[in-house]
Design a protein around this ligand. Structure first.
Ligand code: CAA
Length: 276
């Protein structure tokens, strides 16, 4: 697993809880420690919720190796990348994965906003590159989108689908189009909530309360944007806009300004709500 942010560390947890040995890689010791803390907190929460025993928690941790060297992935037969959503950063990661992993290994991306086809084209094994798109929080959310491209080998799709099932997830095969399926539906709704808030039609609590209390979703849209990350939501809106050019996919100006100001939600301590 390359990248141990909220998604990466959650994905490490999912694999380790399903019995896989996982090597998690970050760029430096500080990022590695943040990933470790995220993993330990989430496991502690699972224990507190009665989803995991204390002994199982320790077994899960024993299956995880954390490192700052991508060369430690030399024995891996399945790699997943969840680094920041920039093609130049992905290029660097995939060049290393291509060099380090055995030729038959599958390289997966957890991207929610970049084209899996473009990422595959960065490698010397495009047929073995696939999208494996988890949802936040990865240990809890059931859906995993399996994103095939025009050149993905059928056997690779089959392995990824089987892996997702072994993780206890529900795999859904989707085509490589902006937003895939879930985000193409969800993120414009989240963006619309920012529009309502920006036009002062209701307070953030009223907007979120309307959805949790009336519609029954576990979180209101503004709280969910804070969980997902304002930057991630903006990136999804921008690729939807770039691909389809319809007003429905125009990012709310406030969303863009908040991202520019570094208000990214839970991960930065402040978004629509204060998380410090
Ligand atoms: N490990 C295992 N299970 C856990 C857990 C953990 N670390 N944390 C919570 N759970 C379980 C709980 O036990 C509970 O399960 P049951 O219903 O079986 O009892 C369930 O998760 C919900 O937990 P709680 O009701 O106690 O509430 P919570 O505050 O702990 O949960 C939440 C928070 C799970 C995030 C919930 O609010 C939620 O589901 N929110 C919506 C999240 C969502 O929509 N995510 C998708 C975002 S889009 C995305 O990610 C894609 C992208 O690319 C942008």
């Amino acid at each position: 697993m390359v990248g141990l942010g909220a998604m990466g560390s959650g994905i490490v947890e999912v694999f380790a809880r399903a019995g896989f040995n996982v090597t998690g890689v970050e760029v430096d010791d500080a990022a590695l420690e943040r990933g470790r803390t995220h993993l330990e907190r989430s496991l502690a929460k699972a224990v507190a919720k009665g989803k995991l025993s204390d002994t199982e928690r320790q077994t899960v941790l024993d299956r995880v190796t954390l490192t700052t060297s991508r060369d430690d992935l030399a024995d891996a037969d399945f790699a997943i990348e969840a680094v920041p959503e920039r093609l130049d950063v992905k290029r660097d990661v995939f060049a290393d994965l291509d060099r380090v992993l055995p030729p038959g290994a599958i390289l997966a991306t957890n991207t929610s906003s970049l084209s899996v086809t473009e990422i595959a084209a960065l490698t010397n094994r495009p047929g073995k590159v696939i999208g494996l798109h988890f949802f936040n929080p990865a240990p809890v959310m059931r859906l995993v989108e399996i994103v095939g491209t025009v050149v993905t080998e059928p056997g690779v799709l089959a392995v990824a689908t089987e892996v997702a099932k072994r993780l206890g997830k529900t795999p859904v095969a989707v085509t490589d189009r902006a937003g895939f399926v879930a985000n193409a539906l969800l993120v414009p709704y989240l963006n619309d909530a920012v529009g309502l808030y920006e036009r002062k039609l209701a307070s953030r609590e009223e907007i979120d309360g309307a959805i949790t209390k009336a519609v029954g979703l576990p979180m209101g849209p503004l709280a969910l944007i804070d969980l997902v990350g304002l930057d991630v939501c903006l990136a999804v809106m921008d690729v939807l806009w770039a691909e389809f050019r319809t007003p429905r996919y125009a990012a709310a100006p406030l969303l863009r300004r908040m991202v520019a100001a570094g208000l990214l939600g839970r991960k930065s301590g402040r978004g629509f709500y204060d998380h410090s």
